[in-house]
Design a protein around this ligand. Structure first.
Ligand code: C2E
Ligand code: CA
Ligand code: CA
Ligand code: CA
Length: 279
């Protein structure tokens, strides 16, 4: 009786109720936000050497009418749980393709690639390949400027299906990067079978690369692995010149991180790119 009493109490726990209400409110807001087009893309530069801009990663933000700009870590989990990630992901894809098209006539921006994060639910959808093709055709974007970032966890099941989808898109010129590499469960045998172009060293290894010998060893190993599989490699979360130099000595090709720039709104990114060329 005491047990059920406690359960009954916790059922009406006012704090719990607040959490549930907040969640429900956020979910309702999120649905409305998709309809009202309240999302924006920020662009984080990807650099070869010390200044050569080769592309950007598109990172989504929620321009909430009342709150400050909301980071994706706050709403992507909700979007995944509710399945709304498929709608959001499609918006991101189409928006990135529109940007590729807009940049295509500007000699300064036409060679840049835009990397787009793809969630597991998007990739698993039966019509994923058609969605990407349609986004490219509808916007007339050059497929060779589009890079899709997949995560390891996403490759664990349905490997064969994933490989087939990747091949269809690669045939059009789309490229693939494996995000957060080293943090998931992917087996090395999959790595050989997947038609990837790039491995992305996770920022958790880059963060302590100078102070933690394990992280340094992992970073070196990923770079060596990429070399032996003929993949290019990019390090994310590079915050200092010393981290960049360490990675450069280890043979890394490209970098992304606050040392170069934070993710920027479109106009600020374009300004950044112009200054890069001017210096
Ligand atoms: P991610 O794909 O690993 O993206 C990199 C994250 O690291 C970004 O966080 C970026 O702002 C942050 N970052 C960049 N440079 C540095 C650095 O030097 N130091 C540190 N500490 N962090 C750095 P952000 O923009 O908050 O995005 C978080 C995650 O949300 C992304 O992680 C990605 O998993 C997800 N995400 C963002 N946009 C999308 C999207 O359009 N679709 C999907 N499915 N997921 C997205
Ligand atoms: Ca990413
Ligand atoms: Ca990442
Ligand atoms: Ca560590």
């Amino acid at each position: 009786a005491k047990e059920s009493g406690r359960n009954a109490l916790s059922f009406f726990d006012p704090e719990m109720e607040t959490v549930v209400l907040q969640r429900t409110a956020l979910e309702a807001d999120f649905r409305a936000a998709l309809e009202k087009n309240q999302f924006v893309l920020h662009y984080q530069p990807q650099i070869v050497g010390s200044t050569h801009l080769i592309g950007v990663e598109a990172l989504v933000r929620w321009a909430h009418p009342v709150r400050q700009l909301i980071a994706p870590t706050e709403f992507i989990p909700l979007a995944e749980e509710t399945g709304l990630i498929k709608t959001l992901g499609l918006w991101v894809l189409v928006s990135a393709c529109q940007q590729i098209k807009r940049w295509s006539t500007d000699p300064q921006f036409c060679k840049l690639t835009i990397a787009v994060n793809v969630s597991a639910q998007q990739l698993r959808a039966r019509n994923f390949v058609e969605q990407v093709k349609h986004a490219l055709l509808a916007t007339q974007a050059d497929p060779t400027r589009l890079k899709l970032e997949l995560t390891e966890s996403l490759l664990v099941d349905n490997v064969q299906d994933t490989i087939e989808k990747m091949h269809s898109l690669k045939a059009m010129g789309v490229s693939f990067s494996l995000d957060d590499f080293g943090t998931g469960y992917s087996s090395l045998s999959y790595l050989k079978r997947l038609p990837l172009d790039q491995l992305k060293i996770d920022k958790s290894f880059v963060c302590d690369v100078l102070s933690d010998p394990n992280d340094a060893a992992i970073a070196r190993t990923i770079i060596a692995l990429a070399d032996s599989l003929a993949l290019n490699v990019i390090a994310e979360g590079v915050e200092t010149e010393m981290q960049r130099d360490f990675l450069a000595h280890a043979g890394c090709h490209a970098y992304q991180g606050y040392y170069f720039s934070r993710p920027l709104p479109l106009a600020e990114f374009e300004e950044y790119a112009r200054l890069q060329v001017a210096r």
